[in-house]
Unconditional design. Sequence first.
Length: 198
Amino acid sequence: MTDAQNTETDLWVHVRRDYQAGEPAALVAERYRISVRSLRRRAAAAGWRRCDRDIGPMADMPAWTRDGQDRQAALQARPELAAMVTANENDLFDLLVDPAPVELRRYAFKQACEAAALRRPAEAVAWMRLVQLAQRTGAGLDDESQPFREADHIRAAFLNDLAGLTASDRIRAAIKAEEEAAQAGAGAGRAPSPADAR
């Protein structure tokens, strides 16, 4: 027995579902082998164009965002969100303070996956373009980059000199104190010599 063939109405049900989910008209048209013009005409005639949709202020939002809480109230109500905030802030901090092509690719890929999971294909595609660009240029950047920048080497040399001066000053002070103690102890039992005058 063979499967029943898809009817024209089944096709348009699938087209409508994908189009209203936010996928680009060109992508949906290519997937179902129809023209973009046909898709747009059908959407206009049936009233399911994106601009025709009557969306209330909260109708399209996920359930967990409909309560209208601000960020602090949401964090107090759901403490597990604090871990997500920390993870996101750490990712951004790493990108700003110590940018590396590998980290940029990882971050962009994570964002692409998140956008795809939330049915935002256009955003996912944009993030994946960044992944590809970082992948193409990343090898060159990794080869050219040094583990430390020139400014880091200058700071390290300065701190090393500063630490060296401090240690040498302590050594000089200890030697001088020993000499003074030796002179004070030796001066009590003998006559001063010309070397003591120095």
